[in-house]
Design a protein around this ligand. Sequence first.
Ligand code: IVH
Length: 444
Amino acid sequence: MSAEQAKKTIELLRDELRAHNHAYYVLSKPLISDFEFDQKLKQLEQLEHDFPEFADENSPTKRVGSGITTNFKQIKHKYPMLSLSNSYSKEDILDFERRLKKGTDKPLEYVCELKYDGVAISITYKDGQFLRAVTRGDGITGEDISANVKTVKSIPLQLTGNYLPEFEIRGEIFMPKNAFKALNEQRAAQGLETYMNPRNTTSGTLKQKDSSKVATRTLDCFLYGIYGERLPHKNHYQTLKEAQHWGIKTPFIAEKFIEKHNSINGVMDFIEYWAEHRTHLDFEIDGVVIKVNDYSLQEELGFTSKFPRWAIAYKFATENKSTIVESIDYQVGRTGSITPVANLTPIEILGTIVKRASLHNAEQIEKLDIRISDTVFVEKGGEIIPKVTGVDLSKRKEHAQQTVFTTHCPACQTELIKLEGQANHYCPNTEGCKPQILGRINHF
Ligand code: IVH
């Protein structure tokens, strides 16, 4: 193949693969099979290898991570990365409205969004190309984690359409609940310690020095704030909507992730809807964010020393209650890993009855010193699984015996194994243990 032909094919393949990436990771509507995608990617890899003169650091082949970052470079944010003041009740939201009305006579339009519980990121695009991604840091200076962020497939490396020549877009990177669950199952199968929650796992992943390790984790993002000069519209809602047409994953991807309201009642409805439905999402949210839509009005309202006056976060309640551990069961996963589960005296938390809670593994039981008959604190937030956060030692029964972790599989009675330095016990009877077999069939 001549160099000229190669250049053309490379460009064609890159465009095609970018379109497929967008269809798959942003729109969740794949147009071709994974196999066909991989074939095309391999073809591109080969051509890039044979014709290194056409290398491009934003090529779709660069999603797999490349090498070690020794030191993340410190970058000063062009626009400081502020946080939001929090509110917890309807009364707080009405106070927010009162403050806004004191600050301006103009009619107010609110944009309601989800408050994604992930890691904040600021991405700069120049001439449609991904330039860099910086963490929030202290809000003034952050760390350049571009190599890691480039492995997040829903973040485009090259934009399409009529994009702005240069801008920053901010949002949140997170690990979907399903990916978190699968990762923990995989770790448990390898006898490694399981992770506590998706947010910390995302944060730890993004700080990895080896971006090829980051590429093996499933991370996703939502981008929700554009910063730059000569923005295409006079308000947040339309500007963000426009960014969706540049290939960026914004909340406009799904109905109900972003809404515009011109009354505080509409805002309240949004809050109520998501307080009820948040557990159905495949990612964690810890509240909603309410923003004044109009940019000039945002400027007029300005900032306090810490927060913008034109926006507020409404945090969903987590509820802590105490109840009694009646017994402890051991569950066998598809990989043979054993999870201890506490059977609790049923209690109502945030409108649902909680009867069971995962105790994670032997180390967790030991760390919290959870015993049968103990009164424990149980917390439920947006997550589906409630957490045991501690023991009320003042209520410990005199006869309460320290928990001895089961030594044999509850299903097939095979002796459990636990390798040195690993957190989980597991049943080695892969071929003959019923829940493992059923789990594998189910997974398949
Ligand atoms: S707007 C100046 N919108 O929550 C306003 N933040 O404590 C900038 N977050 O630092 C933030 N979802 O990391 C905004 N839809 C959303 C958000 C969101 C999550 C995070 C963000 C921010 C923190 C606020």
